[in-house]
Design a protein around this ligand. Structure first.
Ligand SMILES: C[S@@+](CC[C@H](N)C(=O)[O-])C[C@H]1O[C@@H](n2cnc3c(N)ncnc32)[C@H](O)[C@@H]1O
Length: 216
């Protein structure tokens, strides 16, 4: 499996090229909570896949991420989308958020908490407890948290923390089969990319889980 920490430091633009071939997730978020007028925080915002569409209607948006290089692209995309007046970016780790108590209406996070909470990470349950505790601290009463993930270990979210859950399709629709192979090899490694090459398709099927919790 490729080294994702290195990719987030050195190949942020290529990561963005890959995920730009997936559907926009704003409608999935809007189905859970209308975003207009909300103070939104995106944890592990990366290149802004969630931050950019959500910032357009939000009152404010803070994009946090461990890698400054990923955030540089998010900041540029937020500027291009005309959201600089309400959106900021900041380097931060999920376990210690540089934000005040009760300041957010909505916290979102896409494919990022997994780096602390995969079942192969020592202490992952303590990490998950620390992340959930930080989310609860920064969300106002009545606010919402929405997490997107692909791996199933998030069962803990429903069983221990009371999240609701559903699956969505999130296929990659690359421009051509060559790009499908190149970008899947870059991020997912040879085993998957070899399969993509054999299939010869520009579409890489993908499912993702959505977990959400409304705070009392
Ligand atoms: C797969 S990318 C997801 C980016 C974006 N949310 C998206 O959906 O495209 C994972 C991101 O999480 C960030 N990340 C990993 N561990 C982190 C941590 N402990 N705290 C904050 N960000 C982290 C990485 O730097 C990377 O930008």
């Amino acid at each position: 499996m490729p080294d994702h920490d290195r990719i987030y430091r050195e190949e942020a633009a290529r990561y963005h090229e890959m995920i730009a071939s997936q559907p926009d997730l704003r409608a999935v978020v809007e189905d859970i909570v209308p975003v207009a007028g909300l103070d939104v925080v995106d944890l592990g915002a990366g290149t802004g896949r969630l931050s950019v569409p959500l910032a357009k209607g939000a009152k404010s948006l803070v994009a946090l991420n461990a890698s400054a290089e990923m955030l540089e692209i998010a900041a540029e995309r937020l500027r291009e989308a005309g959201c600089s007046d309400r959106a900021t970016t900041r380097v931060a780790d999920h376990r210690s958020l540089p934000l005040p108590d009760d300041g957010a209406d909505l916290v979102v996070s896409g494919w990022s908490v997994c780096y602390l909470c995969g079942s192969d990470v020592p202490g992952w349950q303590d990490n998950l407890a620390a992340v959930i505790s930080e989310i609860k601290r920064i969300v106002r009463p009545g606010g919402t948290a929405i997490l997107f993930e692909t791996k199933p270990y998030y069962r803990e979210l429903t069983e221990t923390y009371g999240f609701s859950h559903r699956w969505i399709r999130l296929d990659y629709e690359f421009e051509d089969a060559g790009r499908a192979e190149r970008l899947s090899r870059f991020f997912f490694g040879d085993e998957l990319a070899d399969r993509v090459a054999r299939d010869g398709s520009a579409t890489l099927p993908e499912c993702a889980g959505v977990w959400w919790l409304k705070f009392a």
